[in-house]
Design a protein around this ligand. Structure first.
Ligand code: AHM
Ligand code: MG
Length: 348
């Protein structure tokens, strides 16, 4: 009897693809791939599983609330901001291919000197985006962007590693800690979503090849700021409210960029954080908020601009620089562009 005849029934277990399996499979397309990149991404998946475990128990342990510190933008740091930051730094600092880590919560990028000569990648991240929502049990997220060291850069030339336009990202994505925990990422060949199965502790492919709908039903922005933004944004929102695009839109705003963007990606529509009087350059940060989201949006068939230019073409000048962010489905993006052009200006 051959060994195969021992299996007499077809298997009843549905096929599962873990994120690790998916990355390894993807890597086979690149001859000579060393596996470093999948090891790097496994640092992100491990860290985000640790973060979600803490978030899931947030009301039960002493982790809610603010610390006495502020971050580089002068915003009060939440205890969970600090925890999430430390976990990501810790998990990624063991990945030999990473030479530089930069975070919203650290004024200066962290160089990993022991990697002199070896570091190939820089990882830039916002460890816990939307953390002001955490005390009231609303979804938050982690965003990340991976850049390759430019061939001509020396190891300690931190600026040339980090200040690359978003079109140079080799991978980017986010984790949304919502009703389930979901990882959405792209290495430049489409967008894939993985839902964490808490029973087995693995991210499982649940949303292969995500495409943003051509048009959606929702727009998403902080409407309290609308009067403080350039007139084109008011005109655009009025068009959406009045049925100017063939239907009346509903408004949805969580105030957690990752959650608002995730809905926009799956359902279509548009997310906007325009310039305001308080934030004339926009509020969101280019390198670790706008760039990853813009990369995912474009890979899924959407668009992302700062009101004038494609986000992924913006040349960064500093690590924590802010930008307006308008991202979404092709139909709404074309309309907002028309409204901004017609009113002649994008600055507040
Ligand atoms: P954070 O990185 O400090 O959490 O700030 C970013 C958050 C985004 O998630 C969200 O889109 C925005 O701030 C909400 O700001 P506002 O309260 O002004 O609408
Ligand atoms: Mg943030």
């Amino acid at each position: 009897m051959s060994r195969n005849t021992l299996i007499t029934e077809p298997l009843q277990i549905p096929p599962l693809e873990t994120v690790q399996g998916h990355i390894l499979h993807d890597q086979k397309r690149f001859p000579g791939a060393s596996g470093e990149f999948s090891w790097l991404l496994s640092g992100i998946t491990l860290a985000t599983k640790m973060i979600q475990a803490k978030i899931r128990r947030a009301g039960l342990t002493d982790i809610l609330g603010a610390t006495d510190d502020v971050n580089p933008q002068g915003e009060v740091q939440q205890k969970l901001d600090v925890y999430a930051n430390q976990v990501i730094l810790q998990c990624l600092s063991f990945r030999e291919s990473i030479g530089i880590l930069a975070s919203e919560e650290n004024e200066r990028p962290l160089t990993l000197p022991q990697r002199t000569g070896q570091g190939k990648y820089a990882v830039i991240f916002d460890p816990l985006d939307g953390s002001s929502n955490i005390d009231v049990n609303v979804s938050v997220g982690t965003t990340f962007s991976v850049l390759r060291r430019p061939e001509t850069s020396s190891n300690d030339d931190v600026a040339s590693w980090l200040l690359q336009p978003g079109c140079k990202q080799v991978a980017a994505g986010y984790v949304v800690y919502g009703s389930s925990t979901m990882l959405v990422y792209s290495v430049g060949n489409g967008v894939h979503g993985f839902t964490l199965d808490p029973a087995i502790g693995s991210y499982i492919l649940s949303h292969p090849n995500i495409r943003i709908p051509e048009q959606g039903k929702y727009y998403s922005l902080n409407e309290a700021n609308l009067a403080d933004s350039p007139a084109g944004y008011t005109r655009f929102v009025e068009r959406l409210r009045s049925g100017g695009l063939g239907q009346r839109y509903s408004s949805r705003y969580i105030g957690s960029m990752v959650a608002d963007f995730h809905r926009t990606l799956l359902k279509g529509g548009i997310f906007l954080y325009p310039p305001t009087t308080e934030h004339p350059d926009g509020k969101l940060r280019l390198l670790y908020e706008a760039n990853p989201v813009a990369f995912i949006a474009e890979q899924a068939g959407g668009l992302a601009t700062d009101g004038t230019q494609r986000i992924l073409d913006l040349q960064p000048t500093s690590v924590h620089q802010r930008t307006p962010l308008i991202v979404g489905s092709p139909v709404e993006m074309a309309e907002v562009e028309r409204c901004l052009r017609a009113t002649g200006g994008t600055s507040s």
